[in-house]
Design a protein around this ligand. Structure first.
Ligand code: ADP
Length: 340
């Protein structure tokens, strides 16, 4: 009994130390981009009459804000995974959509970084049941790293499928010609907050991406491994076994990835949008973003106002915030559903 008590006490101490360490780390990691945002905003306010400087300042603020949001999302994700509250969805996913999504995201990034992106896949990949968001997240992490840690050369993404019964064994390889990983660092790669070889690079990151990727793959019953030659390049290999649903194979020959360019913005002048949020800054930002597409945007500040507006006018799309005074989003949606 005594021994069990001592053990429990020891475990509690370790958990508490880990939490303290986590908080110390977080306050540092959050403060860094936050200080950049505050500092550069102050600079920008001093330089409003210089358009070139303003543009540079805003670009920096934008980048620090995205980094901060990414960090917060990663922390929330990590916390959710660690306390076991992540549940995987099972949805039908065709691999042409999967590859299309990644291509749309990474082709411009590779172009910008002057890297060649090659995507090679088995001729006929089946549609499977999987968690789309998590699968995208895994490959987003691995491909982002490949882009981040490769100065020149190429990134290859290879997908192979071997079918055995009603299972599909998918092997994904992401091969880069980047900075590589030292043998001595291999064991730390999937640990959270570990960033390797930092004296060599000034690349932004949190050290959470691969830890999250590994945990998600554990949940999915997948495996991740890597091989690397320092200063030559790295290959990440992910193997996932999935249930095939749609036996009729997806024909990739007919598949063409869609590229979004600025000229292809669609003209939304036919559509009416209702924005519902009690946060005025959020409304301003959303209005600006949507008006770029000529959409007709109306903004209101509560669920109650949303119900009043929808009484007399039809909207093509309603963006509804959750927490608001005067009827929150969930209540408003319930009532909307009884009307339409
Ligand atoms: P982050 O990129 O945010 O630092 P990750 O958890 O995604 O965090 O990666 C952890 C570390 O592993 C990185 O900081 C980097 O040192 C190393 N790493 C990851 N991917 C690669 C790669 N493709 N090539 C070289 N090093 C990599």
């Amino acid at each position: 009994h005594q021994r069990a008590l001592a053990k429990a006490l020891e475990e509690a101490k370790v958990a508490n130390a880990a939490k303290t360490d986590f908080l110390a780390r977080m306050s540092h990691d959050i403060r860094t981009p936050m200080n950049a945002i505050i500092g550069i905003t102050a600079l920008a306010l001093d330089e409003t009459d210089n358009p070139k400087a303003t543009e540079e300042n805003l670009t920096k603020i934008n980048s620090a804000s995205h980094f901060l949001l990414g960090l917060i999302n990663d922390i929330l994700d990590m916390t959710k995974i660690e306390d076991g509250s992540v549940e995987l969805n099972r949805e039908l996913y065709a691999y042409d959509d999967f590859i299309g999504n990644l291509r749309t995201m990474f082709e411009p990034l590779c172009q910008k970084a002057d890297l060649t992106l090659h995507i090679r896949k088995s001729e006929n990949l089946p549609a499977v049941m999987t968690d789309k968001v998590r699968l995208n997240q895994i490959f987003f992490n691995i491909l982002s790293n490949a882009v981040k840690y490769t100065k020149e050369g190429s990134i290859k993404f290879v997908i192979e499928s071997v079918i055995s019964g009603n299972k599909d064994i998918l092997t994904f390889k992401v091969i880069d010609t980047g900075i590589g990983i030292k043998k001595a660092d291999n064991a730390r790669l999937f640990e959270k907050f570990e960033r390797l070889d930092q004296e060599q690079t000034d690349i932004q990151g949190t050290g959470l991406g691969l830890a999250i990727t590994k945990k998600l793959l554990d949940l999915m019953g997948g495996k991740i491994s890597f091989e690397s030659v320092y200063q030559r390049g790295t290959t990440f290999t992910i193997v996932i076994e999935q249930q095939i649903v749609d036996k009729s194979k997806v024909d990739f020959k007919t598949y063409k990835a869609k590229k979004m360019t600025v000229d292809e913005y669609f003209d939304g002048s036919k559509y009416k949008i209702l924005l519902v949020d009690d946060n005025l800054l959020n409304l301003k930002v959303a209005e600006k973003m949507l008006k770029k597409y000529n959409l007709n945007v109306t903004s209101v500040k509560s669920g109650l106002e949303c119900l009043n507006y929808t009484k007399n006018k039809r909207y093509d799309l309603i963006f509804l915030d959750h927490m608001m005074p005067d009827k929150d989003g969930v209540e408003a949606l319930k009532e909307l559903r009884t009307i339409f």
